[in-house]
Design a protein around this ligand. Structure first.
Ligand code: ATP
Ligand code: MG
Length: 241
């Protein structure tokens, strides 16, 4: 049975697709034999960033090292993912409308097709990764995501500080992490730094395991390897509970 991880944050443009694709890449490098993908990214985002990304990898003459499945128009089949022949499935989700921020009775996922797809994947999820950039605008949507969507479902989750700029020092990272701790939210110790290489990866048709080999690329990939390791250790800890 696959382990299903949903990458979720109400806010758009916060690194969900980046984390879904790069995490899948490092898992695939570790797990997959050629022609037998053990890892899949499933997209329920009508914007289909991860599907476009996979197409660019192929156009660049490379092989996508994991399966990428478009499922935004196919909610009925999502339940079948539980029986899929894969070890790890990472689900890339769209941002969702800030509905009912203050109305307790309103489901913040909304009642449209995006909300239906999000509910369907959360029903089959084993855990949730919540990316958060060091930008105050991300705070409120992250709170809605954790307090009103994840916690009521009792899903294990962790916030990952993503896309922070190391050239500006560690202040942004530390501030964001301390804000997360103050809220009493689960925080990943791993974080994802901003690298130009990542920003260009989709356009160039590569995932981090396909970057040119140099010092910067090694550092850039390292963040996702660290995240993958922590993800698995958390999973082990969870299983022992
Ligand atoms: N660590 C990083 N380094 C450099 N660029 C990054 C990093 N993480 C994300 N980005 C860039 O930030 C932008 C938003 O990232 P991404 O598409 O992953 O966000 P998203 O949450 O999936 O957005 P959406 O809600 O629109 O699906 C993209 O242009 C992406 O290339
Ligand atoms: Mg996305």
């Amino acid at each position: 049975m696959p382990h299903i991880t949903v990458v979720l944050n109400q806010k758009g443009g916060i690194g969900k697709s980046m984390i879904a694709m790069q995490l899948a890449a490092v898992y695939a490098e570790t797990l997959s034999a050629e022609g037998d993908p053990e890892v899949a990214v499933v997209s329920i985002d009508p914007q289909s960033t991860s599907v476009d990304w996979a197409e660019r990898i192929e156009k660049a003459g490379r092989v996508v090292p994991f399966r990428v499945i478009e499922a935004s128009g196919n909610i009925g089949n999502l339940r079948k993912l539980r029986r899929a022949k894969a070890s790890i499935i990472v689900i890339d989700t769209p941002g969702f409308l800030p509905l009912g921020e203050d109305g307790e009775s309103i489901d913040p996922l909304g009642d449209g097709p995006v909300g239906d797809a999000l509910r369907a994947v959360l029903d089959i999820a084993d855990d949730v990764i919540v990316p958060l950039e060091p930008d105050p605008a991300g705070f409120k949507p992250t709170r809605t995501t954790i307090e009103r969507v994840i916690k009521p479902r009792g899903l294990p989750y962790g916030v990952v500080v993503s896309n922070w700029e190391p050239r500006d020092g560690r202040l942004d990272l530390e501030r964001t992490q301390s804000m997360v701790r103050k809220q009493g939210w689960e925080l990943y110790r791993s974080d994802i730094r901003h690298f130009r290489m990542h920003a260009r990866a989709l356009e160039e048709g590569r995932v981090c395991t396909q970057y040119m080999s140099n010092h910067t690329a090694t550092k850039a990939k390292q963040d996702f390897l660290g995240l993958a390791l922590e993800h698995q250790l958390r999973r082990q800890k969870q299983a022992a509970l």
